[in-house]
Design a protein around this ligand. Structure first.
Ligand SMILES: C[S@@+](CC[C@H](N)C(=O)[O-])C[C@H]1O[C@@H](n2cnc3c(N)ncnc32)[C@H](O)[C@@H]1O
Length: 241
């Protein structure tokens, strides 16, 4: 269980993201007219619909993000930046997503993981693999993807926003610490707020996301701009007026 103090901070961060997201939508006029029908519960999607009652999940961030992505978006070309062992990519690949882990530190897929729907352990076949680019993420790489994901991808957050801005790519950030970034928050501003501000200044409409795992579980995403966003957003089907 998260300590009450940590919970308070997470709740505060999420509220902040909701407020900033509303502001970003307002600034972008009527791009998303259906957005008024959304509430913050929906933004955390069906995955956490029962989370009021269920215990906090501690260590399944890849499974939870995988569920969120497959519920929210159509399969697309996704870069799992700073993806570590690649479990998120593996899960998405199983469902037809075109995924690439971009991480300078090469790591093997974990031998097993827990399926959080069935509660069963799943063995990962030795022969299973995901595409890997074993170098640091650079902005130009964004050109080849529809969605850039940075889950606790330290050192990559600003580059992800810049790459997404340059190529109209969508992105999703669940940031943790500020390491090796070209931009740092000023005193009194959280890293999340700093990043959200940066994305908004670059013209992105951002949406909050909160997943049910322990630790840094709050972030935000942008569906990109232009045709790419329309192509891979299921939201248009769910909520368009
Ligand atoms: C805190 S770990 C997070 C790994 C995984 N996403 C997770 O949630 O467990 C940060 C990862 O970012 C990778 N990384 C650090 N700098 C990077 C860069 N410039 N480009 C891509 N990956 C980077 C590290 O090698 C490491 O695997």
């Amino acid at each position: 269980m998260a300590k009450p103090k940590d919970k308070k901070q997470i709740d505060y961060r999420f509220q902040l993201m909701v407020a900033m997201s509303e502001l970003s939508m307002k600034n972008n006029g009527s791009l998303y007219p259906w957005i008024n029908d959304l509430n913050s519960d929906l933004l955390t999607s069906n995955i956490s619909a029962d989370s009021q009652k269920s215990p906090r999940m501690k260590k399944f961030r890849f499974q939870l993000l995988h569920q969120w992505l497959t519920y929210t978006l159509q399969p697309c070309r996704l870069a799992d930046i700073g993806g570590g062992k690649g479990l998120l990519s593996h899960l998405l690949q199983e469902e037809g997503w075109q995924v690439t882990v971009i991480d300078p530190v090469q790591q093997e897929l974990p031998p097993k993981y827990k399926n959080i729907q069935t509660g069963k352990r799943v063995l990962v076949d030795d022969r299973d693999d995901v595409a890997v680019i074993d170098s640091r993420f650079e902005e130009e790489m964004a050109r080849d993807y529809d969605l850039l994901v940075g889950l606790h991808a330290h050192g990559c957050n600003i580059k992800i926003i810049n790459g997404a801005t340059k190529y109209g790519t969508g992105f999703l950030l669940i940031p943790c610490c500020v390491i090796d970034e070209p931009v740092y928050p000023v005193l009194g501003v959280s890293w999340m707020e700093c990043l959200a501000n940066y994305a908004m200044l670059k013209g992105h409409v951002i949406y909050p996301i909160k997943l049910n795992f322990k630790g840094q579980n709050v972030g935000f995403y942008s569906l990109g701009t232009g045709a790419r966003a329309k192509m891979h957003s299921k939201f248009y089907r769910h909520f368009s007026t």
